[in-house]
Design a protein around this ligand. Sequence first.
Ligand code: NA7
Length: 540
Amino acid sequence: SVKEQVTTLDAVVIGAGFSGLYMLYRLREAGLKTRVYEAAGGVGGVWYWNRYPGARCDSESIYYNYTFSEELYKEWTWTSKYPEQPEILRYLNFVADKFELRPDIQFHTRIEKAEYNERTNRWQLETKNGEKISAKYFITGIGCISTANIPKFKGLESFEGDWYHTGHWPHEKVDFTGKRVGIIGTGSSGVQAIPVIAKEADHLTVFQRTPQYSVPARNYPYSEEEVVQAKASFQEMRKTVRDSLAGLPVSYGEKSVLDDSPEERQKTLEKAWEIGGTTLLFAYKDVITDERANEIVSAFIRSKIKETVEDSKTAEQLTPDYYYGTKRPIIDTDYFETYNRSNVSLVDVKKAPIEEITPKGIRTADGEYELDVIVFATGYDGMTGSLFKMDIVGKEGVCLKDKWENGAAIRTYLGMSTTGFPNMFMITGPESPSVLGNMPITIEQHVEWISDCIDYLRKHDIETIEAKEDAEQAWSKHCRELADTTLYTKTDSWYTGANIEDKVRGFPIYVGGYGPYHEKCAEVAEQGYDGFTLMSNTVV
Ligand code: NA7
């Protein structure tokens, strides 16, 4: 029967998003028999699933793409500063077609288990349908914010209307016309969806737990000159973003916020506000590291919220008090303005928490709100959610989830590998810098590092590569120490795991920046994979 058959590969890659597509391309070029397994019906990863109204990337288009192929860069044309979801999805489909990747991608297939066999030194995988796969190299390209979080509200199954999570949006358009809509969550997804849904719905009620700093994106259609200019500067751009702090041609300012006079500072902040996006975060050198500096920038954004929102009580409820930038910075189009519409109301669920979902709507401690549709913009089980959803079993039968004690003891080496799991590589794993920047750029670096590594192993007749325990101890410690020099760890966010009930808190992200991280990885490779144990094929 089919179930007894084993598909034998050199490398298995999970996920057909930015990571998996490029990984497949590289490994195939290197002559490895590779297959990508993808749960969705098409390529795109998060951009396949996140079809909610207003979904858009908050990195600038001309940098939010692959840079490995100049030809690809020149063939594709972005239409506006911040790319919207359908355009990114079209781009990834274009990439899949251009490089003829589809024949090596198996869609509609979820990998449930991956187990390392110490006798054969191979990974044995199993799909949800019971299909078995054997591969020498096991690579995850499953994303770090891809496992949806639907809070366990009592009564959800009794709700008589429709409900959706932003990250699992239906492919056909959801029509909000004439509907009373409730949306829970005001992170990047909620902030993007709220202004769009408000224009269509009869009434929109926003259930907000934590108010957010959000800065106007100031999106606009690219002019032809801008496109021509971007394409002409490809080589220079490629180098700049790869060496940069966050995969973008930006770096922190040279001055401290505190060294400017109040007048100068106001001028700088106003200018940054006018440019929009994340300019405010980078306007000075110490917004993310110094409490007093951060407070000045935070207060500036708070003053903008007060100016924008007409109703003073609503303005007050929308005003955040955490350190700006320590939750993922949000950029928006008419977010705060939307609260001036007569069909939009705000409910503070920190003050009066959601008690249950009823057949007719949502009941908070303050009363019941009748709704036809509920939108969950409640985010993701970040960093570890997608890894823990699979049963990944390493040497001596140890499960990754158990090794990391459910997230309490995450240990990786360079965010790409972990002791006890030979020949396994994680693209954008915990303790890599990926989520703190323009992800395609670190994804490319991870993919290239992994494929170069596999090349090295094959050339040197090496059977297995495995991170050494002391190397991963040191990397994890280094990550934590760096994080502690910033304000990130002082705020509850999906970075720390605080958004998920009962999740262990931590900060499994390397905050040292893309450039320094890429250098460190290159150094490790140059030194013959320092910090790894390489086991030779040759029987002595
Ligand atoms: P986020 O940024 O995690 O936002 C989720 C929102 O949902 C946030 O406002 C949460 O409030 C809220 N939330 C989560 N659980 C609850 C419960 N139980 N009750 C009320 N409110 C809740 O997810 P996004 O999808 O917006 O963005 C994810 C990332 O994708 C984003 O950072 C970009 O990098 C792309 P909280 O702040 O936790 O109090």
